[in-house]
Design a protein around this ligand. Structure first.
Ligand SMILES: Cc1ncc(COP(=O)(O)O)c(C=O)c1O
Length: 346
Protein backbone atom coordinates (compact mmCIF):
# COMPACT_ATOMS: atom_id res chain seq x y z
CA UNK A 1 0.00 0.00 0.00
CA UNK A 2 1.29 3.46 -0.92
CA UNK A 3 1.58 5.90 1.98
CA UNK A 4 0.33 9.48 1.80
CA UNK A 5 2.16 11.14 4.67
CA UNK A 6 0.35 14.26 5.84
CA UNK A 7 1.74 14.35 9.39
CA UNK A 8 3.99 17.37 8.84
CA UNK A 9 5.75 19.52 6.27
CA UNK A 10 9.00 18.64 8.03
CA UNK A 11 8.91 15.23 6.32
CA UNK A 12 10.09 16.41 2.91
CA UNK A 13 13.27 14.83 1.59
CA UNK A 14 15.88 16.73 -0.42
CA UNK A 15 15.35 16.18 -4.14
CA UNK A 16 18.13 15.10 -6.49
CA UNK A 17 18.63 18.64 -7.91
CA UNK A 18 18.82 20.00 -4.34
CA UNK A 19 21.41 17.37 -3.43
CA UNK A 20 23.42 18.21 -6.56
CA UNK A 21 23.31 21.91 -5.68
CA UNK A 22 24.52 21.04 -2.16
CA UNK A 23 27.35 18.94 -3.53
CA UNK A 24 29.01 21.87 -5.30
CA UNK A 25 28.63 24.39 -2.45
CA UNK A 26 31.77 26.28 -1.46
CA UNK A 27 32.39 25.82 2.24
CA UNK A 28 34.58 27.19 5.06
CA UNK A 29 34.58 27.40 8.85
CA UNK A 30 31.37 29.18 9.81
CA UNK A 31 32.35 29.69 13.47
CA UNK A 32 35.02 31.99 11.93
CA UNK A 33 32.28 33.38 9.61
CA UNK A 34 34.29 31.99 6.67
CA UNK A 35 31.73 29.79 4.96
CA UNK A 36 30.94 31.60 1.68
CA UNK A 37 27.65 29.77 1.12
CA UNK A 38 26.39 30.52 4.63
CA UNK A 39 27.46 34.15 4.19
CA UNK A 40 25.57 34.25 0.89
CA UNK A 41 22.44 32.84 2.51
CA UNK A 42 22.67 35.29 5.42
CA UNK A 43 23.02 38.27 3.03
CA UNK A 44 20.12 36.98 0.93
CA UNK A 45 17.82 36.68 3.96
CA UNK A 46 18.94 40.00 5.49
CA UNK A 47 17.92 41.63 2.22
CA UNK A 48 14.68 39.70 1.95
CA UNK A 49 13.63 40.65 5.50
CA UNK A 50 14.91 44.23 5.21
CA UNK A 51 17.17 43.68 8.24
CA UNK A 52 20.83 44.58 8.75
CA UNK A 53 22.05 41.03 9.31
CA UNK A 54 21.07 37.37 9.59
CA UNK A 55 22.44 34.24 11.26
CA UNK A 56 22.08 30.65 10.05
CA UNK A 57 21.11 28.28 12.88
CA UNK A 58 20.34 24.59 13.23
CA UNK A 59 16.57 24.58 13.75
CA UNK A 60 13.43 26.62 14.30
CA UNK A 61 13.60 25.94 18.02
CA UNK A 62 17.17 27.20 18.17
CA UNK A 63 16.21 30.30 16.14
CA UNK A 64 13.47 31.16 18.64
CA UNK A 65 15.52 30.38 21.73
CA UNK A 66 18.60 32.31 20.60
CA UNK A 67 16.31 35.27 19.85
CA UNK A 68 14.66 35.08 23.27
CA UNK A 69 18.08 34.92 24.91
CA UNK A 70 19.45 37.85 22.92
CA UNK A 71 16.48 40.07 23.85
CA UNK A 72 16.19 39.28 27.58
CA UNK A 73 17.83 38.88 30.98
CA UNK A 74 17.04 36.02 33.39
CA UNK A 75 13.89 36.85 35.36
CA UNK A 76 12.27 38.80 32.50
CA UNK A 77 8.83 37.93 31.19
CA UNK A 78 7.92 37.10 27.59
CA UNK A 79 4.34 37.39 26.35
CA UNK A 80 3.16 34.89 23.73
CA UNK A 81 0.03 33.10 22.57
CA UNK A 82 -1.20 30.16 24.66
CA UNK A 83 -0.91 27.86 21.65
CA UNK A 84 2.46 29.22 20.51
CA UNK A 85 5.21 26.80 19.52
CA UNK A 86 7.63 28.43 21.98
CA UNK A 87 5.17 27.81 24.82
CA UNK A 88 4.14 24.26 23.92
CA UNK A 89 6.77 22.52 21.85
CA UNK A 90 10.22 23.79 22.76
CA UNK A 91 10.84 21.59 25.81
CA UNK A 92 10.54 24.47 28.28
CA UNK A 93 13.70 25.94 26.74
CA UNK A 94 12.89 29.59 27.47
CA UNK A 95 12.97 28.83 31.21
CA UNK A 96 15.74 26.25 30.94
CA UNK A 97 18.18 28.20 28.78
CA UNK A 98 17.33 31.90 29.23
CA UNK A 99 15.77 31.89 32.70
CA UNK A 100 12.73 33.82 31.50
CA UNK A 101 9.08 33.27 32.31
CA UNK A 102 6.54 32.90 29.52
CA UNK A 103 3.21 34.64 29.98
CA UNK A 104 0.68 33.20 27.54
CA UNK A 105 -2.56 34.89 26.48
CA UNK A 106 -5.24 33.13 24.48
CA UNK A 107 -5.42 34.90 21.14
CA UNK A 108 -8.15 34.18 18.60
CA UNK A 109 -6.75 31.85 15.93
CA UNK A 110 -3.40 32.13 17.67
CA UNK A 111 -3.31 35.91 17.32
CA UNK A 112 -3.18 37.92 20.55
CA UNK A 113 -4.77 41.36 20.31
CA UNK A 114 -3.33 44.68 21.48
CA UNK A 115 -5.86 44.69 24.34
CA UNK A 116 -4.89 41.19 25.47
CA UNK A 117 -1.20 42.02 25.42
CA UNK A 118 -1.57 45.44 27.05
CA UNK A 119 -3.59 43.87 29.88
CA UNK A 120 -0.63 41.68 30.92
CA UNK A 121 2.31 44.07 30.43
CA UNK A 122 3.71 44.49 33.96
CA UNK A 123 4.06 47.89 35.56
CA UNK A 124 7.44 48.52 37.18
CA UNK A 125 7.24 47.12 40.71
CA UNK A 126 9.65 45.07 42.81
CA UNK A 127 7.10 42.27 43.01
CA UNK A 128 6.75 41.70 39.28
CA UNK A 129 8.91 40.16 36.60
CA UNK A 130 9.72 42.76 33.96
CA UNK A 131 7.96 42.35 30.62
CA UNK A 132 10.65 42.47 27.96
CA UNK A 133 9.54 40.69 24.83
CA UNK A 134 6.42 39.87 22.79
CA UNK A 135 6.58 36.77 20.57
CA UNK A 136 4.09 36.28 17.74
CA UNK A 137 3.78 33.27 15.40
CA UNK A 138 2.89 33.52 11.68
CA UNK A 139 1.58 31.29 10.26
CA UNK A 140 0.30 29.75 13.46
CA UNK A 141 0.86 26.01 13.61
CA UNK A 142 -1.54 24.87 16.37
CA UNK A 143 -4.28 27.22 15.23
CA UNK A 144 -4.23 25.55 11.80
CA UNK A 145 -1.74 27.53 9.70
CA UNK A 146 -3.64 30.76 10.30
CA UNK A 147 -2.25 33.98 8.85
CA UNK A 148 -1.75 36.82 11.33
CA UNK A 149 -3.56 39.91 9.95
CA UNK A 150 -0.86 42.47 9.20
CA UNK A 151 -2.94 45.39 10.59
CA UNK A 152 -3.08 43.55 13.93
CA UNK A 153 0.69 43.04 13.86
CA UNK A 154 1.16 46.76 13.15
CA UNK A 155 -1.05 47.64 16.12
CA UNK A 156 0.91 45.30 18.43
CA UNK A 157 4.15 46.86 17.16
CA UNK A 158 2.87 50.30 18.15
CA UNK A 159 2.13 49.03 21.64
CA UNK A 160 5.60 47.46 21.82
CA UNK A 161 7.15 50.78 20.88
CA UNK A 162 5.05 52.65 23.46
CA UNK A 163 6.25 50.35 26.24
CA UNK A 164 9.83 50.13 24.92
CA UNK A 165 9.67 46.37 24.58
CA UNK A 166 11.04 44.08 21.87
CA UNK A 167 9.10 41.96 19.41
CA UNK A 168 10.11 38.59 17.93
CA UNK A 169 8.41 36.68 15.14
CA UNK A 170 8.38 32.90 15.03
CA UNK A 171 8.10 32.84 11.26
CA UNK A 172 8.88 29.17 10.77
CA UNK A 173 6.14 29.32 8.12
CA UNK A 174 6.19 33.03 7.28
CA UNK A 175 6.83 31.85 3.72
CA UNK A 176 3.32 30.42 3.69
CA UNK A 177 1.81 33.65 5.03
CA UNK A 178 3.55 35.63 2.28
CA UNK A 179 2.28 33.28 -0.43
CA UNK A 180 -1.26 33.28 0.99
CA UNK A 181 -1.52 37.08 1.19
CA UNK A 182 0.75 38.25 -1.63
CA UNK A 183 2.68 40.34 0.92
CA UNK A 184 6.47 40.29 1.01
CA UNK A 185 8.57 38.76 3.79
CA UNK A 186 9.85 42.29 4.52
CA UNK A 187 6.29 43.65 4.82
CA UNK A 188 5.89 41.42 7.87
CA UNK A 189 9.48 41.63 9.13
CA UNK A 190 9.42 45.46 9.37
CA UNK A 191 7.38 45.26 12.57
CA UNK A 192 9.76 42.95 14.43
CA UNK A 193 13.14 43.31 16.14
CA UNK A 194 13.93 39.73 15.15
CA UNK A 195 12.45 37.25 12.71
CA UNK A 196 13.00 33.48 12.64
CA UNK A 197 12.43 31.61 9.36
CA UNK A 198 12.69 27.84 8.72
CA UNK A 199 14.02 26.18 5.59
CA UNK A 200 13.10 22.66 6.60
CA UNK A 201 9.31 22.99 6.71
CA UNK A 202 7.37 23.69 3.51
CA UNK A 203 10.49 24.83 1.63
CA UNK A 204 11.85 21.29 1.76
CA UNK A 205 15.48 21.73 2.88
CA UNK A 206 16.81 18.94 5.10
CA UNK A 207 17.78 21.22 8.03
CA UNK A 208 18.38 24.81 9.02
CA UNK A 209 16.69 28.01 10.06
CA UNK A 210 17.75 31.64 10.18
CA UNK A 211 17.24 34.70 12.33
CA UNK A 212 17.36 38.25 11.04
CA UNK A 213 17.63 41.54 12.92
CA UNK A 214 19.93 44.46 13.66
CA UNK A 215 23.73 43.99 13.55
CA UNK A 216 23.84 44.39 17.30
CA UNK A 217 21.15 41.74 17.85
CA UNK A 218 22.90 39.31 15.50
CA UNK A 219 26.20 39.87 17.35
CA UNK A 220 24.54 38.79 20.61
CA UNK A 221 22.80 35.92 18.80
CA UNK A 222 26.15 34.76 17.37
CA UNK A 223 27.60 34.56 20.89
CA UNK A 224 24.65 32.60 22.23
CA UNK A 225 24.55 30.28 19.21
CA UNK A 226 28.10 29.23 20.11
CA UNK A 227 27.24 28.94 23.79
CA UNK A 228 24.36 26.56 23.11
CA UNK A 229 26.39 24.37 20.79
CA UNK A 230 24.99 25.69 17.54
CA UNK A 231 28.28 26.75 15.98
CA UNK A 232 28.68 24.58 12.88
CA UNK A 233 31.74 24.40 10.69
CA UNK A 234 31.45 23.55 6.95
CA UNK A 235 27.68 23.80 7.07
CA UNK A 236 27.59 25.57 3.69
CA UNK A 237 26.23 22.34 2.22
CA UNK A 238 23.11 22.92 4.37
CA UNK A 239 22.99 26.61 3.50
CA UNK A 240 23.13 25.58 -0.18
CA UNK A 241 20.01 23.48 0.35
CA UNK A 242 18.34 26.50 1.95
CA UNK A 243 19.29 28.78 -0.97
CA UNK A 244 18.02 26.17 -3.41
CA UNK A 245 14.81 25.84 -1.39
CA UNK A 246 14.10 29.59 -1.32
CA UNK A 247 14.87 30.00 -5.02
CA UNK A 248 12.95 26.96 -6.25
CA UNK A 249 10.31 26.02 -3.70
CA UNK A 250 8.99 29.27 -2.22
CA UNK A 251 6.47 29.85 -5.02
CA UNK A 252 5.48 26.16 -4.97
CA UNK A 253 3.86 26.67 -1.55
CA UNK A 254 0.86 27.94 -3.51
CA UNK A 255 0.33 24.36 -4.66
CA UNK A 256 0.43 23.07 -1.07
CA UNK A 257 -2.22 25.66 -0.15
CA UNK A 258 -4.46 24.49 -3.00
CA UNK A 259 -4.00 20.89 -1.87
CA UNK A 260 -4.91 21.83 1.71
CA UNK A 261 -8.03 23.54 0.41
CA UNK A 262 -9.07 20.36 -1.45
CA UNK A 263 -8.57 18.27 1.69
CA UNK A 264 -10.41 20.82 3.83
CA UNK A 265 -13.40 20.88 1.46
CA UNK A 266 -13.55 17.07 1.38
CA UNK A 267 -13.36 16.79 5.18
CA UNK A 268 -15.89 19.55 5.69
CA UNK A 269 -18.30 17.62 3.49
CA UNK A 270 -18.22 14.56 5.79
CA UNK A 271 -20.95 14.18 8.43
CA UNK A 272 -19.57 14.80 11.92
CA UNK A 273 -16.40 16.51 10.67
CA UNK A 274 -15.92 20.24 10.51
CA UNK A 275 -13.11 22.43 9.16
CA UNK A 276 -13.04 26.20 9.65
CA UNK A 277 -12.77 27.11 5.96
CA UNK A 278 -12.33 30.81 6.75
CA UNK A 279 -9.11 30.03 8.62
CA UNK A 280 -7.75 27.42 6.21
CA UNK A 281 -5.60 29.56 3.94
CA UNK A 282 -2.23 27.81 4.00
CA UNK A 283 -0.94 24.21 4.21
CA UNK A 284 -2.44 23.08 7.53
CA UNK A 285 -5.94 21.67 7.93
CA UNK A 286 -7.50 21.01 11.32
CA UNK A 287 -10.47 18.62 11.16
CA UNK A 288 -12.73 18.87 14.19
CA UNK A 289 -14.91 15.92 15.18
CA UNK A 290 -18.22 17.41 16.14
CA UNK A 291 -20.71 14.67 16.95
CA UNK A 292 -18.88 12.28 19.30
CA UNK A 293 -19.15 9.37 16.85
CA UNK A 294 -15.39 9.06 16.50
CA UNK A 295 -12.35 10.23 18.50
CA UNK A 296 -9.28 11.80 16.92
CA UNK A 297 -7.30 8.62 17.68
CA UNK A 298 -9.93 6.51 15.89
CA UNK A 299 -9.90 8.80 12.87
CA UNK A 300 -6.09 8.64 12.69
CA UNK A 301 -6.23 4.84 12.91
CA UNK A 302 -8.88 4.52 10.17
CA UNK A 303 -6.88 6.75 7.84
CA UNK A 304 -3.66 4.87 8.62
CA UNK A 305 -5.44 1.66 7.64
CA UNK A 306 -5.80 3.16 4.15
CA UNK A 307 -2.23 4.50 4.03
CA UNK A 308 -2.94 8.11 5.04
CA UNK A 309 -0.82 9.31 7.95
CA UNK A 310 -2.01 12.28 10.04
CA UNK A 311 -1.61 13.56 13.62
CA UNK A 312 -4.19 13.69 16.41
CA UNK A 313 -4.04 17.25 17.79
CA UNK A 314 -6.49 16.88 20.68
CA UNK A 315 -9.16 14.27 21.57
CA UNK A 316 -11.40 15.85 18.91
CA UNK A 317 -8.96 17.43 16.45
CA UNK A 318 -6.82 15.91 13.72
CA UNK A 319 -4.13 17.81 11.80
CA UNK A 320 -3.38 17.30 8.10
CA UNK A 321 -0.36 19.08 6.55
CA UNK A 322 0.31 19.31 2.83
CA UNK A 323 3.87 19.61 1.52
CA UNK A 324 6.27 19.38 -1.38
CA UNK A 325 6.42 15.58 -1.40
CA UNK A 326 2.65 15.11 -1.70
CA UNK A 327 1.44 15.38 -5.29
CA UNK A 328 -1.93 16.47 -6.62
CA UNK A 329 -2.67 12.83 -7.53
CA UNK A 330 -1.97 11.76 -3.92
CA UNK A 331 -4.29 14.49 -2.61
CA UNK A 332 -7.04 13.36 -5.00
CA UNK A 333 -6.55 9.80 -3.78
CA UNK A 334 -6.73 11.03 -0.16
CA UNK A 335 -10.01 12.83 -0.93
CA UNK A 336 -11.50 9.63 -2.37
CA UNK A 337 -10.41 7.65 0.71
CA UNK A 338 -11.79 10.31 3.10
CA UNK A 339 -15.18 10.13 1.39
CA UNK A 340 -15.11 6.32 1.38
CA UNK A 341 -14.31 6.18 5.12
CA UNK A 342 -16.37 9.04 6.50
CA UNK A 343 -19.22 9.57 4.01
CA UNK A 344 -20.15 12.56 1.94
CA UNK A 345 -22.80 15.25 1.73
CA UNK A 346 -23.79 16.77 5.05
C1 LIG B 1 5.71 27.50 14.36
C2 LIG B 1 6.92 26.69 14.61
N1 LIG B 1 7.98 27.28 15.16
C3 LIG B 1 9.11 26.60 15.42
C4 LIG B 1 9.22 25.27 15.10
C5 LIG B 1 10.49 24.53 15.46
O1 LIG B 1 11.20 24.09 14.39
P1 LIG B 1 12.27 22.89 14.56
O2 LIG B 1 11.49 21.64 14.54
O3 LIG B 1 13.15 23.10 13.36
O4 LIG B 1 12.99 23.11 15.83
C6 LIG B 1 8.15 24.61 14.51
C7 LIG B 1 8.23 23.18 14.18
O5 LIG B 1 7.36 22.58 13.65
C8 LIG B 1 6.95 25.35 14.27
O6 LIG B 1 5.87 24.76 13.75
Amino acid sequence: MKTIDLRSDTLTRPSRPMREYMMYAEVGDDVFAEDPTINQLQSMIAEMTGKEAALFVTSGTQANQISINAHTQPGDEVICDYNAHIFNYESGAAGMLSGVQLHPVTGRNGHPTVEQIEAVIRPFDDHYPQTKLICLENTHNRAGGTVFPIEQIAAVAELVEKHRLKMHLDGARLWNAAIATGLKIADYAQYFDSVALCFSKGLGAPAGSIIAGSKEFIKRAHFYRKACGGGMRQAGILAAAAIYAVENHFELLKRDHEHARLLAEALNDCPGISVNMEQTKTNIVIAELTDGRMTAEEMVEKLAGEGILVFPFSPVKVRFVTHLDVSRAAIEEAVTIIHKLFGQGK
